[in-house]
Design a binder for this molecule. Sequence first.
Ligand code: GDP
Ligand code: IMO
Ligand code: MG
Length: 421
Amino acid sequence: MVKLVIGIQWGDEGKAKVVDYLACDADYVVRFQGGANAGHTVFVDGRKYVFHLVPSGLLHPKTSVVIGNGVVVDIEALLGELKEISQGVSLDGRVFISRRAHVVLPFHKLMDGAKEEKSVQKIGTTRRGIGPAYIDKADRVGIRVCDLYQPGLETKIEAATEVKRFLLEKYYGMTNLPSIPEITDSLYKQAEAIKGYTADTELLLQNAYRQGKFILMEGGQGSLLDVDFGTYPFVTSSNTISPGMFSGTGIGYIPDLGIVGIAKAYITRVGEGPFPTEETGAIGESIRRKGKEFGATTGRPRRCGWLDTVIGRYSIGINGVQEIFMTKLDVLDELETIKVCTAYELDGKKIDYPPASAEELRRVKPVYQELPGWKASTFGARKYGELPANARSYIEYAEAKLGCRISYISTGFEREDVIIR
Ligand code: GDP
Ligand code: IMO
Ligand code: MG
């Protein structure tokens, strides 16, 4: 069985909490795109774990984790993460890294940061080198995990860095850039450290699927950050939506794939780009405070706003979402009224589909339905009947507007704070 957990907003929907919750019987948890730009938080028994590259399944002792070929791997960051996790958890035979995954080099991170500093069009990236690494992959000068064990690595690194070195020095005015031998030496050391984890992960997953194992695919980022269907150019550089799972793992066609869309009960966004339902005043601030909405990777304050069912329906469509796991309902507990965006107005015309252009999306005015708040705690609720009537009305209204069943509701950050409807 294969289940895919995918964010249907702008990331940070609580995917890791959901993955951790669904993974108790999982044989494998798999990342298939993105890299250390992800910040996936799991709380178990009061302890907080933040995963960036490592899939959020390692806390279940019988679950193995796979970093698929579609991920861009910062090996130094990965080793740091594995070291931290290994303090309480055995990693023996439980971690697999695709030989076909691309490696994030120091120059990728430098380019990412330099572009962000100087460009006239800032994206607000996480500066983890994600865009430049995917550029090199498409440009056929990327370094893959398998290359680390072959002769000629220095030449490959030179091919990958020569133009960037020129740009960084001459255009961005940087000095003291790492030399090719320095990069090669440190990569050789990192390669040694991960050698035991490398595998042909596509084959591993194909066999596991055939044997009836439970494979949980963990999306990074969110659908509105997808490089094709997101709010381009304010997106990440990978396919975050469900089809990314196929090219990012090589698992093959899965006729019985289950697709769970994760949506917060409101919305957040980090970085630049249009966000029609954003609340920049006191309400946004109170959601940020109550929801602890600060980036798990960069610590940046997240922009906060109301649930937007226009982009929700759009995301459900492009992903083929079958059911929704709604998170962070408890964050809305204190609000007097709660708004849900049901349509947009663009240049005086009502529309119910997001425009393709970021400029138009920036101009839309949300059409809201206001619902009464419940002014009571839902924190930690585990039964639907325990929720206040207004909280249930909110869920049911959102469900009707999204046109997709909300099967699970998360009411707290701990693993067990979940309602199954
Ligand atoms: P991800 O990137 O989608 O995995 O999400 P993040 O980890 O970046 O951000 C989600 C945050 O919300 C984390 O700090 C979670 O611990 C927290 N969280 C998840 N579900 C709930 C919930 O239902 N209620 C509350 N209060 N916090 C939650
Ligand atoms: P998780 O998996 C939220 C955003 C960045 C920026 C844009 C491009 O934790 O949900 P990048 O570094 O990828 O080139 O940045 O994408 N972004 C995220 N926002 N959650 C994430 O991951 C994100 N990963 C990238 O803020 O706007
Ligand atoms: Mg996150």
